[in-house]
Write a protein that binds this ligand. Structure first.
Ligand code: ADP
Ligand code: MG
Length: 248
């Protein structure tokens, strides 16, 4: 698999006239895991939604090679920031994962052996096979997140966007997920993860996007993950906090 980088060009998004992100220019590399960090309200979720055009843009283009990102929708697996709603919907684990096959299957074709095979494989990969028939409401936060990752796998997408996938989950689930993502990156996929635990930055990411409404920095960890950039994004109080693994 040989993907082109994603180019984000002058992306701005506002809500009811209030700017959330402004003039974002950056490149996202395939075959790498890119972390998006920044304080609460910095526009991290908005950046992902703006890239996919799930929110209205004030300005900007996003392309992958010659193609507008819009034409690649089916090739993007997106796991949203979690909300309580996820837990109350009456649906089983395997049905959630099956939804991942729909973008390629089409809504009106019935899933067949091939799709169910994909569901089984995907659940296997996140070590959730034994939970296939459970209602999602019965799962822990970590198990639920693994199911959402399985849904993304079932989609067979080359581009994977995850919004705070590690919040409120157990260490085993976190390990299962990050190991899997590293495997996918080694296959050449393009992976972006919104994250807020700065301690894992070096361990998890190859590239970093540091955001605070405007772009503070982006690029390989060794160049972007610096005390100065952390101060710019989080304010001067960050200067007193020692961040493990910061490049300088
Ligand atoms: P982050 O993910 O970094 O915490 P968000 O992208 O969710 O930040 O939000 C950026 C800013 O936009 C925040 O000030 C937030 O309150 C605002 N915002 C986000 N979504 C909406 C929305 N649907 N309507 C109005 N304002 C929003
Ligand atoms: Mg967010």
């Amino acid at each position: 698999m040989q993907l082109e980088p994603i180019q984000v060009n002058n992306l701005s998004v506002s809500y009811q006239g209030k700017p959330a992100i402004q003039h974002i220019n950056l490149t996202v590399q395939p075959g790498a895991i890119t972390g998006i960090i920044g304080p609460n309200g910095a526009g991290k979720s908005t950046l992902l939604k703006g890239i996919m055009e799930l929110v209205k843009r004030d300005s900007g283009q996003v392309t992958m090679g010659e193609q507008d990102i819009k034409s690649l929708r089916k090739n993007i697996a997106y796991v949203e920031q979690r909300s309580a709603i996820d837990l109350t919907f009456p649906i089983t684990v395997e049905e959630v994962v099956l939804l991942g096959t729909y973008p390629k299957l089409g809504l009106f074709r019935r899933p067949r052996k091939k799709e169910w095979q994909k569901v089984a494989e995907s659940l296997e990969k996140v070590q959730m096979t034994e939970f296939s028939k459970r209602q999602i409401g019965e799962l822990s936060g970590g198990q639920l997140q693994r199911v959402f990752i399985a849904r993304a796998l079932a989609q067979d997408a080359d581009i994977i966007f995850l919004d705070e996938p590690f919040v409120g989950i157990d260490m085993t689930s976190e390990k299962v997920i990050i190991d899997l993502l590293k495997e996918l990156k080694n296959m050449g996929k393009l992976i972006m993860i919104v994250h807020h635990d700065l301690h894992k930055v070096v361990e998890y990411f190859d590239e970093l996007i540091i955001l605070n409404r405007e772009l503070v920095a982006s690029g390989p960890i060794s160049q972007s993950f610096t005390t100065e950039n952390m101060r710019k994004a989080y304010g001067s109080t960050m200067g007193d906090i020692v961040i493990k693994g910061v490049s300088d």
